[in-house]
Design a protein around this ligand. Structure first.
Ligand code: SF4
Length: 298
């Protein structure tokens, strides 16, 4: 079911930063249906029937953002779109919230980080290229497998993997920084050396600047729900996954070995680079006139 709602604020501050301290979520709920979705638990306090099928559309988000950005005390921090949903999920084709949001970033020369699993972001490449001339822009594409059959099981309504790589290529060609979120790595399911190496190799060919990696965590409600998915979709792995997750985090010996593999791949594909730190990044119109791209104010 779709609910159109009006909101009072667009920007949300998180003490603990994941790339930025500020989030904008133009939807609640997400139609990508990822079986490992952590975000659905952040909405438990709302009247959600189903995080994946009950989508709330914040129809006035661009107007509210304009007000937030116009406040004298707005610090001009880099904003991540989105943290607990995906701004380019399927419903965005109909509601088209993102173009007006990006126009607001352009007007205020505000740095923007986009996190998505969707090729639809390419629709807004002309606007994002415009923003990239006056403020920092980064696209982080979430990719955890190159196997389409596996992708269909894990992220049934997100874009095909090759389409995500194509989006990364187009953004890099337009001069916009790109990164890959290789997460979650799920033991025995997408952790093969072959899969990890495929992602590193493709990333290199798309001129991606950074690959961030994280193993699956099974905190709180997520534990039982995710283990039920494993039981249903990958019954051959359930016992081994269970034995690795006696607690919320994967077994330490397993994690150490995995990160050693990743370190080897980083070195082989020369991925010891990282994107500019967006946690403390802010706009500064005067400086931006002098240096068109990118500036990191600590
Ligand atoms: S794209 Fe993100 S928010 Fe949407 S279902 Fe997948 S993990 Fe959840």
């Amino acid at each position: 079911m779709i609910h159109e709602i009006q909101v009072k604020s667009a920007l949300h501050y998180h003490k603990r930063a994941f790339a930025t301290h500020w989030d904008l979520n133009c939807y609640r709920g997400c139609g990508h249906h990822c079986v490992y979705c952590f975000a659905q638990y952040s909405h438990k306090y709302l009247e959600f029937k189903d995080f994946f099928d009950d989508i709330w559309v914040k129809t006035n988000i661009a107007q509210v953002l304009e007000k937030d950005f116009s406040k004298k005390n707005w610090c001009g921090a880099c904003v991540n779109v989105c943290g607990v949903t995906d701004g380019y999920q399927p419903i965005e084709q109909k509601f088209q919230l993102m173009p007006s949001i990006i126009q607001c970033f352009i007007k205020h020369r505000n740095p923007l980080a986009i996190t998505t699993k969707s090729h639809l972001v390419v629709r807004d490449l002309p606007l994002l290229t415009q923003l990239n001339k006056v403020a920092y822009v980064v696209l982080r594409m979430s990719i955890s497998t190159t196997d389409e059959n596996l992708r269909e099981k894990l992220e049934p309504y997100a874009s095909r993997i090759q389409d995500r790589f194509e989006a990364l290529k187009l953004f890099a060609a337009a001069g916009i920084d790109t990164g890959i979120l290789l997460m979650p790595i799920i033991p025995y399911i997408n952790d093969s050396f072959e899969n990890l190496e495929n992602i590193f190799r493709e990333a290199k060919s798309c001129d991606v600047k950074e690959i961030a990696v994280d193993i699956l965590h099974l905190r709180g409600h997520m534990r039982q729900n995710f283990l039920s998915y494993v039981q249903k979709l990958f019954p051959q792995h359930i016992n081994r996954v269970r034995s690795l997750y006696r607690e919320s985090y994967a077994d330490k010996i397993y994690s150490k070995a995995l990160y050693q593999k990743i370190a080897g791949l980083r070195s082989k594909y020369n991925f010891n680079t990282s994107l500019p730190n967006t946690t403390h990044m802010a706009r500064c119109p005067k400086q931006l006139e002098l240096f068109s791209h990118p500036i990191n104010f600590l």
